[in-house]
Design a protein around this ligand. Sequence first.
Ligand SMILES: Cc1cc2nc3c(=O)[nH]c(=O)nc-3n(C[C@H](O)[C@H](O)[C@H](O)COP(=O)(O)OP(=O)(O)OC[C@H]3O[C@@H](n4cnc5c(N)ncnc54)[C@H](O)[C@@H]3O)c2cc1C
Ligand SMILES: NC(=O)c1ccc[n+]([C@@H]2O[C@H](COP(=O)([O-])OP(=O)(O)OC[C@H]3O[C@@H](n4cnc5c(N)ncnc54)[C@H](OP(=O)(O)O)[C@@H]3O)[C@@H](O)[C@H]2O)c1
Length: 248
Amino acid sequence: MTRVWRWTDHLFSFRTARPAGFRFTPGQFARLGIKADASEAEPTIWRAYSMVSGPYDEYLEYYSIVVPDGAFTSRLQHLKAGDTIFMEEQNHGFLTLERFALEGDLWMLASGTGLAPFMSMLADPLTWESFDRILLVHSVREEKELAYRKEIEGFGGHPVFGDWAQKLRYQPVVTRESTRFPNQRIPTLIQSNELESVVECPMSLERSKLMLCGNPEMVQDTRASLKQRGFVSARSSRPGQIATENYW
Ligand SMILES: Cc1cc2nc3c(=O)[nH]c(=O)nc-3n(C[C@H](O)[C@H](O)[C@H](O)COP(=O)(O)OP(=O)(O)OC[C@H]3O[C@@H](n4cnc5c(N)ncnc54)[C@H](O)[C@@H]3O)c2cc1C
Ligand SMILES: NC(=O)c1ccc[n+]([C@@H]2O[C@H](COP(=O)([O-])OP(=O)(O)OC[C@H]3O[C@@H](n4cnc5c(N)ncnc54)[C@H](OP(=O)(O)O)[C@@H]3O)[C@@H](O)[C@H]2O)c1
């Protein structure tokens, strides 16, 4: 581990060196391992983690919850720069732009740490080049959990992505406190058309590509609200507009 920093008492990010041969497509995840206790010869607890960093970054970055009593994260949260974390050098996952025709508008709908794969996509020029608009919706309980907000709001000044930054609309959703952001869940905001209204972009079967990541109930309920409007999952056997990833 080369760097660790906290967003809140139960959210943090960390970086590791990137093994020379490790390649991945933004949206994919790796399996990280830690030892249950230091006396073990090999790591014994493994969990899936989406890369936050982009395909051209020299480091790997991850964004993590701390689950109280969680076997992995209750230990992971205590690691610091210089400590060892293990990684299987194998990329996994299908929440990637390869699922879609690269045109129209890309909607990234995340809850909690489900933001991670979308940060990786935003670190890839292909994402910015391919779509007319990029709508990043991040639903959290409390405003302080809007991790990466500064980075996202700062794309306008980014040396590589700055010229495209006007394509991006970042829309926080804060569900458990009153803020200037919408405070209903994403599926409710879709059903009422409020989401489209607040980001000033219609969802359409022809133009919209929708990626959902995070809490499996959020994914399920959001998919149900999209299906009511005719959107279908993109499969290798059938084109569609929805791609999803459940974190548990
Ligand atoms: C494909 C994939 C990618 C993932 N990427 C990430 C990631 O980038 N960052 C990350 O923090 N986690 C990610 N996860 C979840 C991660 O693998 C672990 O579940 C998490 O680190 C907790 O591990 P644990 O052993 O402490 O608790 P576990 O025993 O694994 O989980 C216990 C419970 O904690 C809750 N929980 C688990 N993960 C989360 C979470 N991320 N946010 C909120 N509640 C959660 C669920 O209720 C779960 O049943 C991913 C999971 C999958 C399947
Ligand atoms: N966030 C905290 O204050 C906190 C603190 C310590 C520990 N934890 C633990 O961390 C775990 C998860 O925390 P989290 O806040 O990152 O993840 P989360 O519970 O998945 O919440 C993240 C966002 O997803 C929304 N959401 C949940 N279910 C949804 C659904 N079915 N449809 C649409 N949106 C949905 C939440 O809205 P709602 O608010 O409406 O649910 C919230 O805006 C829990 O086990 C919790 O005990 C959380």
